[in-house]
Design a protein around this ligand. Structure first.
Ligand code: 26M
Length: 822
């Protein structure tokens, strides 16, 4: 009975068409005669949504009935992208829809293309959360995502005169994938005061009163698993003024303006995603967002637990909460507050429950990204929580003091409160103290946090509290959906598409690397994917690129540590090299297309300069008749999930070139290799494990190692820093004005020459250029190149987010999948 809902489907294309027409004519109240692509998208989505809802309800009922341990993934970001294509594929009815739509005169790609991305995230951290939801559902885990329902997702990027311009992303005009639950609301308190009241037996209770109330309203998004009826729930909270539309008391008193202002202030909380990635700025509204979302989610989780009427000591047997970075760390404090202040548990008993419930995932070692909040701000906004934080810190420091009686300095170093001016709450420390496991997201990164930023905590808790779970990506979206032809080819050769649920099965491909016919089919698909990207490039930039050229791609958030500047300096070097050649010599060169994409945080001036330089170089190089097809430089505007689905399958080589030790993992590196592209990269993040899996002859590694970075930086600042001569030539060309006003680029040059070259651009430049020469050489031998790609794909099984989720389940959450009844 369980399985049936899923298998029912539409009863063929005619059944699907009937449903589509019904939605156009009734739900949308339109006639089929004026059904445009937007309406066809809406109706198709509604038809698929109907299919999902049945499974969704069944899943929720089954989970409630079984009452097994649930996993709650708390993330301020879920970078979901589009839902329709994913729903079609996960339900397994895309072909039906394609046939039906085609009969009605539509191309399915055009219909899918009507959907706005759900872009509720910045980059890697948000996309990881989305991949995890897909794996949790596909593996039949009983799991919920909790996030914020931003009215505006990450801004849209336009490029005007080579500069980034931000445009608001109002994405909710029509969103069939969310279900408002006006009956699921939580009142969230801010500000106010704490009063202590004496109770029986000299017990004191804290009462938090006054301040203001904002209402959280739940919006639920179904998360279908692949080829299973499990459909989990992503619950996003939206903020609303409490007491309905606006305060009628004030309204009736004639204070209309202030009642509207109150309403708007409340709604502002969930209005916009903060567009910073790896930068902490300490804004009050951000802290409000964090508490609003954390408090609503915990209230919901506790309410669900209480329904089962179990004793509190069983809480952590029923509930695992994973903190996606420190953004939800207040959840630790909030649960302690609920247990002690509201449920009346003793501090120690409550704290045991809390620490057994939480796990914390760290995503960065960059000091500027570590969250800290001024004590005064926390005091003002959340007075009771600050008291609890101080108490947590007190007990923690007492324990440390006992453990290290002769070490005064360690107390200062590990204190949750930084004794600076102003004092700060160190959120990562709070997260560590309040969790039973702390994990990094790739081996190198997990080692680094243990030896650098969290070193003292390893001494205190021992090494077992710290663990590694290397990131992964969902092969459903990042292979099957983004690269359907490659997915089909693989399925046809290795006996079906089981690999989509067990990616290690790809290893059956390995022997085919030597098969000439197979290599030919493989290359044809890569070429077709490059044609598809070339078309997008033409549409978005007007530049024509040759799909036969080597496509060299770097798409990710723009950040100095990710070193897009190294890439563009390398491109300039290539341009100068080509210009210096005779026409005959030039003819022998391999044509290249250098593609960049990514958003700069609006306040990150240097990142915006880098975008400008890329565009400035592009407008010179792309219009140079000496160069022609030998080099094109493209900046693709508004990189997002749906564009990534077109870009990723089209790369020959992609760039993952962060300064060693700075990129926690990276996940696009995995996406590119899984789609049959090779990578050039540093020994950083998951590149290291990718190398181990696919073999070091299948990857182009270059540059200094993480262990040498500190010494090199020190030498730049206190010794001498000689700039690489080839890089100097690049700088001189920029200073000549070849790419426009030299002054525009002087800061990027100065960062290397005069400001200590913190990201080691000059140190790695030579090695980078030499390695690109190896790439060119290797690409000339297409047979070998394609064989490398096939072997690499065959060995990528480890990087599925399914493997990753299974590791979390076993080593952190202690949960097992809910076997689906058939
Ligand atoms: C912080 C404060 C205020 C506003 C925003 C933030 C903030 C938002 C996102 C800080 C960091 C954010 O994301 C960091 C991130 O995306 N980290 C990446 O996580 C990936 C998944 O683990 C890794 O693969 C990347 O290496 C890592 O950079």
């Amino acid at each position: 009975a369980w399985k049936r809902a899923q298998a029912q489907g539409f009863r063929g294309k005619d059944g699907f068409e009937k449903e589509l027409v019904r939605h156009v004519e009734t739900t949308l109240a339109r006639s089929m005669f004026n059904c445009d692509e937007k309406a066809a998208y809406s109706a198709t989505s509604l038809a698929f949504r109907d299919q999902l809802i049945l499974d969704w309800n069944r899943t929720q009922q089954n989970q409630t009935y079984r009452d097994s341990k649930r996993v709650y993934y708390l993330s301020l970001e879920f970078l979901m992208g589009r839902a329709l294509d994913n729903a079609m594929l996960n339900i397994g009815q895309k072909d039906t829809a394609k046939a039906g739509l085609s009969e009605l005169g539509f191309r399915i790609e055009d219909i899918i293309g009507q959907e706005n991305d759900a872009a509720l995230g910045n980059g890697g951290l948000g996309r990881l959360a989305a991949c995890f939801l897909d794996s949790l559902a596909s593996l039949d885990f009983h799991a919920w995502g909790y996030g914020l329902r931003y009215r505006y997702g990450i801004f849209k990027q336009e490029i005007i005169d080579g500069y980034q311009v931000e445009v608001p992303d109002y994405w909710l005009d029509f969103n069939p994938w969310e279900f408002p639950r006006h009956d699921v609301t939580v009142d969230i308190q801010f500000f106010g005061n704490v009063r202590k009241e004496s109770k029986e037996q000299g017990k004191e209770v804290a009462i938090w009163e006054g301040g203001e109330i904002v209402q959280a309203v739940a919006y639920d998004v179904p998360i279908p698993g692949y080829n299973t009826s499990t459909t989990n729930n992503l619950r996003l909270w939206s903020s609303k003024a409490s007491g309905g539309e606006f305060d009628f008391q004030k309204f009736n008193n004639g204070d209309y303006e202030s009642s509207v202002a109150d309403q708007q202030r409340a709604e502002t909380i969930s209005a916009v995603l903060y567009p910073n990635d790896n930068l902490e700025r300490g804004k009050e509204l951000r802290l409000k967002q964090q508490y609003f979302w954390v408090a609503a989610s915990l209230h919901d989780i506790v309410r669900r637990f209480k329904k089962s009427k179990r004793p509190w000591k069983q809480f952590a047997d029923q509930v695992a909460i994973q903190l996606n970075d420190t953004h939800p760390t207040l959840a630790i404090v909030e649960l302690q507050r609920i247990l002690v202040d509201i449920e009346g548990l003793e501090w120690e008993e409550a704290w045991d429950i809390v620490t057994s419930t939480f796990g914390y995932t760290n995503h960065t070692v960059l000091p500027e990204a570590l969250e800290k909040w001024p004590v005064g701000l926390v005091q003002h906004l959340l007075p009771r929580h600050l008291q609890i934080i101080y108490d947590i810190n007190l007990y923690f420091l007492q324990q440390v003091e006992k453990q290290f009686p002769n070490d005064r300095d360690i107390l200062r170093r590990v204190s949750i409160i930084e004794e600076s001016q102003p004092k700060m709450v160190r959120m990562a420390y709070l997260a560590i103290v309040g969790s039973h496991k702390v994990n990094g997201v790739a081996e190198l990164h997990s080692d680094l946090i243990k030896t650098t930023i969290f070193k003292d905590f390893v001494e205190i808790y021992g090494p077992d509290k710290f663990t590694n779970v290397t990131n992964g990506i969902t092969p459903r979206r990042w292979l099957h959906q983004a690269n359907p032809r490659l997915s089909e080819l693989i399925a046809s050769k290795i006996g079906g598409n089981d690999f989509l649920k067990d990616l290690t099965k790809l290893n059956k491909l390995e022997s085919l690397a030597e098969d000439k016919e197979f290599r030919k089919e493989w290359s044809e698909i890569k070429y077709a994917n490059k044609v598809r990207l070339a078309k997008l490039i033409k549409e978005l930039t007007g530049v024509t690129v040759n799909p036969a050229a080597l496509f060299d791609i770097q798409v990710k958030r723009i950040h100095e540590y990710k070193r897009q500047q190294l890439n563009i300096f390398g491109v300039i070097h290539r341009y100068l090299t080509l210009k210096a050649m005779s026409p005959e010599e030039r003819k022998k060169q391999l044509p290249r297309v250098s593609v960049f994409g990514g958003k700069a945080a609006p306040g990150y001036w240097m990142a915006k300069q880098i975008i400008h330089l890329i565009n400035a170089v592009g407008s010179v190089v792309n219009n140079d008749a000496d160069i022609g097809d030998l080099l094109k430089v493209i900046f693709l505007p508004d990189y997002n999930v749906s564009k990534a689905e077109i870009i990723t399958p089209a790369s020959d080589i992609s760039e993952h070139i962060s300064t060693a030790g700075t990129e926690a993992s990276g996940t696009s590196n995995m996406k590119f290799v899984l789609n049959g592209g090779l990578i050039i990269g540093t020994c950083d993040g998951a590149n290291i494990e990718i190398t181990r899996e696919i073999g070091d002859n299948n990857i182009f590694l270059f540059g200094n190692l993480a262990e040498d970075v500190e010494d090199l930086r020190h030498a730049h600042n206190y010794g001498s820093h000689t700039i690489d001569p080839d890089l100097n030539k690049v700088f001189e060309e920029m200073e000549k004005g070849t790419f426009g006003t030299p002054h525009d680029f002087s800061a990027m040059v100065a960062a290397v020459r005069h400001h200590g070259d913190y990201y080691l651009v000059s140190d790695d430049f030579h090695s980078y250029i030499e390695t690109h020469k190896l790439v060119d050489e290797a690409y000339r031998n297409q047979d070998e190149w394609v064989a490398k790609c096939i072997v690499s794909v065959a060995r990528m099984g480890f990087f599925s987010s399914d493997r990753c989720i299974n590791e979390y389940a076993e080593s952190i959450w202690n949960v097992e999948p809910l076997a689906v009844k058939s």
